[in-house]
Design a protein around this ligand. Structure first.
Ligand code: UCC
Ligand code: FAD
Length: 582
């Protein structure tokens, strides 16, 4: 026994070294760029102190609830003990607390109260940005709730959706409703025009009953939903394609027997991530509904919802990057390897600095789109703002969705093996990031949306883009420390402009092949200009300049690089196919 007590390892002893964990601190105070951006654009004390207090709440209260949502995922109870079909989606107490918190904190309401005028959306999204990585994915129902409120507001919040609008945008927890967004069916989530089989049968009172099968419905514990269906005529016929789709509003309610009215929950999805949140397959069997759009205008009418949810998606993407960087840089002050702390290894710092640059770029791009949304909603938007908002919404969603996966993955690696261990909470960040490029439009589908809006505006959205980037650069022309970045962005912009002129004369397949690289080029150039612009602000720090310079070291205009290599020539599609199926 005497000898064993001096042994560092024995049955009762597992060694004296235990690694200190990384500590989450107030995400508002820890984020210099967020605070700088707000000091520049929204310096009102009321907003800043609310964000700071909310940051404390996130650390001290909410983060633990988010964890609880992750480890207590929802489950589906099909039958009650007596065999009656009930289809109860049982969620954790923490998930329910998130709903109350969301109302109290005004996470949707702020966007509609507009207390900060054109900056109200920036304020709201800053709050969601602080909340998102700790929210147990509650940001998903909030995104759809915000999107539904936006659709209702745009068509007019009168009967039958007046009550819904007031509930979606309230701060009173007991009145607060969330909304679903049921678009995807088995045949198509991207191509909803061809994929939607759900039919709407007109009722004598002017309402409808929906019959169909919705293949993915997230946060299915929602109180209401917006959805798409085809109106049947008196012979039972419907119009095919997108032109046959109309937009419907339905409440999720139960009859006296406790059964869902017109809905059966087929099953909950078994998902890679987003496990905190129920995602269900739903059979609609006579779901009572009201048509909100003109017949055949369903896709165009739900587009407002898509804009909002895509912006929320981008906020969550930037927030995931920020969270992993925040934790990784803290960890680097606690973990030693090869005789010194990780923070003192230049190569490790270079890795974290690259993540930081990506995160800063994503943040500024996201916030700029929120700024544009706020301007549009407060009646301040110029034609240029409106064009930019339309163009940049798919761009920011697709770019940040992809970058979130890359940055979060790198972030996990910076914890070594611990980054792979479930109960650190880190793997969940990566699993949840992976969905950001899939739902709300995949990367390719959104790249094609960029082409769609360019074509439908006869190039006006691109004109707005070029004009705005040039104006951002003009403000930096006399700042010598930024000259390399300004020159690079300026050069890339000219190349892009030439590409657009040439591409306009080519066959549609040419543009289709270039779509993703075009979207990336739009994202990188615009973000470069935003980083430069932010670095010119009088309150900026040398790190802001450094971030802009580093961002501009990458290929800012991949569409031109690839074009020069013949990547979009008519010969490539058959070669691509032959390669894939070799
Ligand atoms: O995934 C989902 C929910 C996930 C959970 C929520 C997470 C939120 C974030 C949380 C963060 C943690 S819901 C399912 C989402 N599904 C999609 O996003 C569908 C993806 N597919 C597309 O976006 C396609 O491009 C379609 C469905 C829009 C294509 O449909 P069409 O019918 O072929 O499109 P058309 O014919 O080109 O356009 C029809 C009309 C046109 O208007 P008009 O007729 O006036 O010319 C278009 O200009 O719709 C208009 N339109 C748009 N308008 C189409 N897309 C847009 C747009 N993005 N903005 C404005
Ligand atoms: P597909 O459309 O079959 O796409 C397959 C692949 O083909 C993709 O890579 C896509 O980019 C590519 N592709 C498709 N068309 C083209 C093209 N023209 N050119 C080039 N490439 C193309 N939906 C809802 O409606 N409501 C929800 O609440 C909801 N929640 C979800 C939750 C989760 C966790 C997930 C994973 C999905 C959810 N979805 C929801 C569905 C989601 O929106 C769709 O999965 C998504 O839009 C893609 O549709 P799809 O699955 O049919 O893929």
């Amino acid at each position: 026994w005497e000898a064993a007590s001096h042994m560092p390892f024995s049955r009762a002893r597992i060694g004296s070294f235990f690694q200190e964990r990384s500590v989450l601190r107030n995400p508002f105070l820890e984020d210099t760029l967020l605070r700088g951006y707000l000091r520049r654009h929204l310096p009102q004390e009321a907003a800043l102190s609310d964000l700071c207090a909310f940051g404390e709440r996130v650390v001290n209260e909410v983060d633990e609830w988010g964890r609880e949502c992750e480890v207590t995922p929802p489950r589906l109870v099909h039958f009650d003990p007596w065999g009656c079909r009930v289809d109860h989606i049982v969620t954790s107490p923490a998930w329910k607390r998130m709903k109350d918190l969301s109302a109290q904190e005004g996470l949707v309401a702020i966007g509609y109260e507009r207390s900060f005028g054109e900056w109200s959306r920036v304020y709201q999204m800053s709050k969601l940005y602080i909340f998102s990585p700790s929210s147990g994915l509650y940001t998903c129902p909030l995104a759809m709730t915000d999107g539904a409120a936006k659709v209702i507001q745009s068509i007019g919040a009168s009967w039958p959706v007046d009550e819904a609008y007031s509930r979606l945008t309230t701060r009173q927890p007991e009145r607060f409703w969330t909304s679903g967004q049921w678009m995807t069916e088995r045949q198509g989530g991207s191509d909803v025009g061809s994929g939607t089989e759900t039919v709407a049968v007109p009722q004598s009172d002017g309402s409808y009953k929906l019959h169909g099968f919705k293949w993915f419905t997230s946060a299915t514990d929602a109180d209401m939903t917006l959805t798409l269906a085809r109106v049947q005529d008196t012979t039972g016929a419907t119009t095919t394609g997108s032109r046959g789709l109309s937009l419907f509003y339905a409440e999720v309610s139960r009859d006296e027997g406790g059964r869902l009215r017109g809905i059966e929950v087929q099953r909950l999805k078994d998902k890679l991530g987003t496990r905190q949140m129920p995602t269900a397959e739903l059979l609609l069997d006579g779901l009572p509904a009201h048509r909100l759009s003109e017949e055949g205008r369903g896709v165009a009418s739900i587009a407002n919802m898509l804009t909002i949810t895509r912006i929320h998606n981008s906020v969550s993407a930037a927030a995931a990057m920020r969270r992993v960087v925040q934790l990784a840089r803290d960890y680097a002050t606690r973990r030693s390897a090869f005789g010194k702390l990780l923070k003192d290894h230049p190569l490790h710092m270079q890795t974290l600095a690259r993540m930081e640059v990506e995160t800063r770029g994503a943040f500024l791009l996201v916030m700029d789109v929120c700024r544009l949304l706020g301007r549009e909603e407060s009646g301040m938007a110029t034609q240029l703002d409106t064009h930019l908002l339309r163009l940049l919404t798919p761009v920011v969603k697709l770019y940040t969705g992809k970058q979130a996966v890359a940055v979060v993955s790198e972030g996990l690696e910076s914890f070594g093996g611990q980054g792979y261990i479930e109960d650190t909470g880190l793997p969940g960040l990566l699993r949840d990031a992976q969905v950001l490029s899939i739902w709300e439009g995949t990367t390719n589908v959104l790249s094609l949306d960029v082409l769609r809006c360019v074509a439908r505006s006869s190039g006006m959205v691109l004109h707005a883009y070029f004009t705005h980037v040039k104006s951002l650069l003009a403000g930096a022309s006399s700042v010598s420390s930024l000259a390399p970045a300004v020159n690079t962005v300026d050069g890339a912009l000219s190349e892009l402009q030439k590409f657009v002129e040439v591409a306009a004369t080519r066959a549609p397949t040419y543009l289709e092949l270039a779509a993703r690289d075009l979207a990336y080029s739009l994202a990188r150039i615009y973000t470069g200009a935003l980083l430069i612009d932010h670095a010119c602000w009088k309150g900026a720090s040398p790190s802001d300049t450094y971030a802009a310079l580093r961002w501009c070291e990458q290929d800012l205009c991949p569409v031109v690089t690839k074009q020069a290599k013949g990547c979009y020539d008519p010969s490539t599609p058959p070669l691509d196919a032959a390669l894939v199926y070799d």
